[in-house]
Design a protein around this ligand. Structure first.
Ligand code: GTP
Length: 354
């Protein structure tokens, strides 16, 4: 449980075409990718609600209608959702500028593709204590070369940013975690209607202007689910309880969690943790070794073997097929006896659509 409840608005950045997640994002926008059979964004909204952050602005630039159709005004999730939609991508800071009319005072911004258990109440207390104009959550990684590295002094005040440093440029393993607490006045520096980023634009500018920008170091769970490997890893981590979502009760190590209307042949062997959604049929001598997540209405033929794999909705796996470390998209057919290892598979017909 969070240390305390807080009153804060949030902006979630859910733009971008999810290029690093292709081909999965050919068929479904990144925030809607199923994580434990629920859209990823639903986990993020539940996380914010845990901190009583219930007034949430979704800054959207890619397939916004898919997200609006699913979440509506947010009342089903017990939050109030407002949509700030861009006619063309405005970048991370530009997207928040586009939502400026809904913001005042202090607010939190989250990249829409990160999963974290950062204590927002604690970060807010830090931000207020430092009288910061902007606080940036920092997480420690072994290899920061693919990230935005942040150098801070012993008081946490940020001295400089280095985007994607080469190995000889690395001066810190603390990287920008894509979670910010901001004072609305910093948006004065963001141009209206043009593409502008926090990382390369606003934050370095605030440093130049001598504004108090602080780094909040935290050591909790953090994962940028921006690639298929990390997407699979997030699903597995949640099942193995290495990470925790507010939406899902913790599964015990060997638990098999079935929704209603699931038919499992008595000769099937299932070793948890495994989630099987409604309407699934599991054939004779099927062998499933968790972590495995099976979406609604999937069919597993006789002698199928599954390990460390996520199946979306309506997947049909032919007799004797073997799947390991795979993500299989909606309505995909896997041919009998196929061996599919470490792959993402979506139906041929979806390869070129968005
Ligand atoms: P994509 O894979 O294309 O989404 O980009 P990325 O994962 O490299 O994202 P990046 O680090 O550039 O952006 C961080 C977060 O901001 C991600 O959740 C993006 O979806 C989101 N984002 C990036 N650009 C925009 C934008 O122009 N508008 C909005 N609303 N969000 C954006």
């Amino acid at each position: 449980m969070p240390k305390s409840k807080i009153s804060l608005k949030a902006v979630i950045l859910v733009g971008g075409e999810g290029t690093r997640l292709q081909p999965l994002t050919h068929v479904i926008p990144k925030p809607m990718l199923p994580v434990l059979n629920r859209p990823f964004l639903e986990h993020t909204i539940a996380y914010l609600k845990k901190y009583a952050v219930e007034d949430i602005i979704l800054a959207l630039s890619y397939l916004p209608e898919v997200i609006q159709d699913y979440f509506g005004d947010g009342s089903k999730l017990g939050v109030q959702l407002t949509y700030a939609i861009e006619s063309h991508p405005l970048g991370t800071a530009g997207a928040v500028k586009n939502a400026e009319q809904y913001l005042d005072g202090t607010f939190v911004v989250l990249n829409g593709d990160i999963f974290t258990d950062l204590d927002i109440a604690d970060m807010l207390a830090f931000h207020q204590h430092k009288r910061a104009k902007a606080s940036i959550a920092l997480t420690w990684v072994d290899n920061p070369c693919a990230f935005g590295v942040v150098d801070a002094d012993s008081d946490g005040r940020i001295q400089r940013f280095v985007e994607k440093p080469s190995p000889d440029q690395v001066t810190s393993n603390w990287i920008n975690a894509g979670i910010y607490i901001l004072e609305s006045e910093v948006l004065e520096h963001v141009p209206i209607g043009s593409h502008y980023m926090f990382e390369k634009g606003l934050f370095p500018l605030l440093l130049e202007l001598g504004e108090p920008v602080y780094g909040y170091q935290f050591s909790g769970h953090w994962l940028d689910m921006g690639t298929p490997e990390k997407y699979l890893c997030l699903n597995c981590d949640l099942l193995l309880s290495k990470a925790k979502s507010v939406l899902i009760n913790r599964l015990s190590k060997d638990e098999v969690w079935c929704d209603q209307d699931v038919t499992i042949h008595p000769s099937a062997k299932i070793i948890g943790p495994v989630i099987i959604a409604s309407g699934c049929q599991i054939g004779q001598r099927v062998h499933i070794k968790g972590p495995v997540i099976i979406g609604p209405n999937c069919y597993l033929g006789d002698d199928v073997s599954l390990e460390e794999t996520v199946l979306w909705r309506g997947v049909n796996i032919g007799v004797g097929a073997v799947l390991k470390q795979c993500v299989i998209g909606n309505d995909t057919k896997v041919t009998a006896k196929d061996q599919v290892i470490n792959r993402v598979v979506i139906p041929q017909s979806s390869q070129n659509c968005t």
